[in-house]
Design a protein around this ligand. Structure first.
Ligand code: SF4
Length: 202
């Protein structure tokens, strides 16, 4: 298993609950994305989840509803989770690299992600999951390695210095564009299911 480190530097160590962190994040204007969106999409799910899912950023539906993964890609993610007997609210916590919608759904720029990541780092620390699934190259490149390729890294377990097992896979939106990615994503989530089962039974 590849050992990885991700940047975890932030100044939010004194924030001791997700509720408090959310209250702080909602008025955030640290980067230019906030000016073009409806509002900050903080993240949601079980605050004690063993599994955390990390995507790229809100799309149009997420921006309007203020919730992550509620559009077509989100519905597909729910189906994938259901296929491995997991429910997003019961078993997972879901967040994104950036919490404001990039215009036209473009990928967030490094300076935007850099401003936003401290919120995510503290979310990870507060949820303290055993497993993280990185959904797509934006999550992989911003958390693990800017040069990493999702096509090469998907399906492999990585482990953070704090011992979290991390599985990169394709973003569900990529699946909607290219159904050839369905099989690899299914294989990746079967590995997640197996690991989750071990943790849940342990
Ligand atoms: S994307 Fe993140 S850093 Fe930028 S304004 Fe929104 S919450 Fe703040």
């Amino acid at each position: 298993m590849n050992k990885v480190t991700y940047r975890e530097d932030h100044d939010l160590s004194g924030v001791n609950s997700l509720e408090e962190l959310k209250e702080m994040a909602l008025p955030c204007k640290r980067c230019a994305l906030r000016a073009g969106c409806t509002g900050v999409v903080f993240g949601e799910g079980n605050p004690n989840a063993r599994l955390m899912l990390i995507g790229e950023g809100p799309g149009a539906d997420e921006d309007l509803q203020g919730r992550p993964f509620v559009g077509k890609a989100g519905q597909l993610l729910d189906q994938i989770l259901a296929a491995i007997n997991l429910d997003r609210f019961t078993h997972t916590y879901i967040a994104n690299v950036v919490k404001c919608r990039p215009p036209g759904n473009r990928a967030p720029r490094p300076e935007e992600a850099g401003q936003c990541l401290p919120w995510l780092y503290r979310q990870i620390e507060l949820v303290s999951p055993d497993l993280i699934v990185l959904l797509g190259s934006t999550a992989l490149q911003n958390l693990i390695d800017p040069e990493a390729r999702i096509t090469k890294m998907r399906g492999q377990w990585l482990v953070s210095k704090s011992g979290i097992k991390i599985m990169p896979t394709y973003h569900p939106a990529a699946l909607l564009r290219d159904m050839n990615k369905k099989r690899p994503v299914w294989e990746d989530f079967q590995k997640v299911r197996d690991e989750y089962k071990i943790i849940a039974e342990g």
